[in-house]
Design a protein around this ligand. Structure first.
Ligand SMILES: Cc1cc2nc3c(=O)[nH]c(=O)nc-3n(C[C@H](O)[C@H](O)[C@H](O)COP(=O)(O)OP(=O)(O)OC[C@H]3O[C@@H](n4cnc5c(N)ncnc54)[C@H](O)[C@@H]3O)c2cc1C
Length: 436
């Protein structure tokens, strides 16, 4: 390995991907005095949490809806470390669920008490089970032995489960929803807060600031540079891009498991088989720019049961969270869904999806007319939501691959937590510490 060993002090480290994981790892490795180069296929940092900007907007808009929770300590600590914590803004926008033709807030004990979809006894059982998950147990390893479906039916009560959680699980995981384990649902109860955070200028501005902090500490980021392959030879780890080939002591890959299989063909058969077994869903959003507000009551997040006939799982009126003035007064609405990557939505022309999704907007506001739409964008991502089955922790491939010096850190690894930039930042930091 070019005279160096992987334990020497100043290693040359390549990171594939300038998303939250890759940048957090880069930042940590630079703090530890390593030489770091980040290779990013896109022209900007941020990965899935990145955004775009239109003429007349002073903020960027996330391609996929994003917010932080008040419990997202790792990303908030990183914001503090790079000197931008004062640009994080927390608010309490309203989240609602759809029940028999109406929308109801369900994000506080008072809202649960007012909710007409459950009787008093059902609400009591729901409240006790929720309190147990949120405040009592931390033993997620015991919970991962059960599916969320069986645990909730038993302990939360059939009625509460079927009215509240089953539609959400079904929407998010489709036909796999009865196989998702309870540790995943526990983590959502544990970590989610009604207070939600964003970044002044949008999430893209946060990742721009993080990328700048990486460069200021001597890191190099190659944008528009997709890595084609990483191979170990007698000079070390060879990182190949269309433009150049360079050698490193260690490589951290932060892409999807599928892509890792293509990038690193030398991975042993067992590890490759474990990667192939990881299941995930893709995500698709249509974003509408509207001339008028959509939700008459100013709701931010709408959870929608598939059984109610909506062609998407969630509607999120971004400008009921972030002021429309940052977007030239336009009202921005995401309609999103999680689907298998082979679903027809992933190949349908954009205009067909826009037409299909626009056809449901009157259900949120009877006055809505298509003349309100001033613009629309479609974003798709095949690797967006890992699916954790029973005893998932035993099936997860380790971040340290069997090939010395090759590391892999992805959304699948933040389990039992649901994927999120906070956990990506934590993962990036932890893998960086293990690398040195
Ligand atoms: C619909 C949706 C909603 C979400 N909502 C939230 C939310 O509200 N809050 C929250 O905190 N998180 C949310 N997340 C999760 C969050 O976006 C992810 O957890 C986080 O961005 C993962 O970061 P990452 O660096 O692991 O992966 P990515 O962001 O996927 O980064 C991987 C990077 O690798 C690059 N890359 C890929 N192939 C190559 C190659 N061959 N060579 C070089 N570079 C390559 C990609 O361009 C990308 O930049 C959401 C995700 C989705 C899909």
């Amino acid at each position: 390995m070019s005279g160096r060993t992987v334990s020497s002090w100043h290693m040359r480290i390549a990171i594939v991907g300038a998303g939250a994981t890759g940048l957090a790892a880069a930042y940590e490795l630079l703090l530890k005095g390593q030489h770091v180069e980040v290779f990013e296929a896109a022209l900007q940092p941020g990965g899935l949490a990145g955004g775009f900007q239109q003429p007349g907007w002073s903020w960027s808009l996330e391609k996929f809806y994003h917010h932080w929770f008040a419990t997202d300590r790792d990303v908030l600590r990183l914001a503090e470390a790079i000197g931008v914590r004062q640009r994080v803004i927390f608010k309490r926008p309203v989240t609602v669920v759809y029940h028999q033709g109406q929308f109801y807030p369900l994000d506080s004990p008072q809202a649960v008490l007012r909710f007409p979809g459950l009787g008093f006894k059902d609400k009591l059982q729901f409240a006790l089970a929720t309190a147990y998950l949120k405040f009592v147990t931390n033993n997620w390893r015991a919970l991962e032995r059960f599916t969320a479906d069986e645990w909730c039916r038993r302990w939360m009560g059939r009625a509460a489960y079927e009215v509240i959680w089953q539609p959400l699980l079904e929407g998010k995981f489709g036909e796999l929803h009865t196989q998702v384990n309870m540790a995943w649902l526990w983590a959502r109860f544990k970590a989610r807060t009604p207070r939600l955070g964003t970044f002044e200028g949008g999430f893209q501005a946060f990742f721009d600031a993080l990328a700048e902090a990486v460069c200021q500490r001597g890191g190099v980021i190659h944008y528009g540079t997709p890595v084609a392959q990483v191979l170990r030879d007698d000079r070390g780890w060879k990182v190949q891009t269309a433009a150049c080939t360079s050698w490193f002591d260690q490589v951290l890959i932060t892409t999807s498991p599928r892509l890792l299989l293509r990038l690193a063909p030398q991975l042993p058969v067992d590890y490759a088989a474990a990667l192939r077994q990881l299941r995930s869903l893709g995500a698709l959003v249509v974003i509408f720019a509207l001339r008028h507000p959509l939700s008459p009551r100013g709701y931010y997040w709408h959870n929608l049961p598939k059984s109610a006939g909506f062609p998407f799982l969630a509607l999120c009126e971004h400008t009921n969270f972030v002021e429309a003035e940052h977007f030239g007064g336009q009202r921005l609405v995401y309609c999103g869904d999680y689907l298998p990557p082979e679903h027809p939505y992933f190949t349908a022309p954009d205009h067909e999806l826009v037409e299909l999704f626009a056809g449901s907007l009157h259900r949120f506001n009877p006055q809505f007319s298509k003349s309100w739409i001033s613009d629309a964008w479609v974003f798709r991502e095949p690797y967006a939501q890992p699916v954790p089955f029973v005893n998932h922790s035993r099936a997860l491939p380790t971040t340290r691959t069997p090939l010395a010096g090759l590391w892999f850190a992805s959304m699948s690894h933040v389990y039992p937590w649901d994927r999120g930039t906070n956990y990506a930042v934590r993962l990036g930091r932890e893998v960086a510490q293990a690398m040195v």
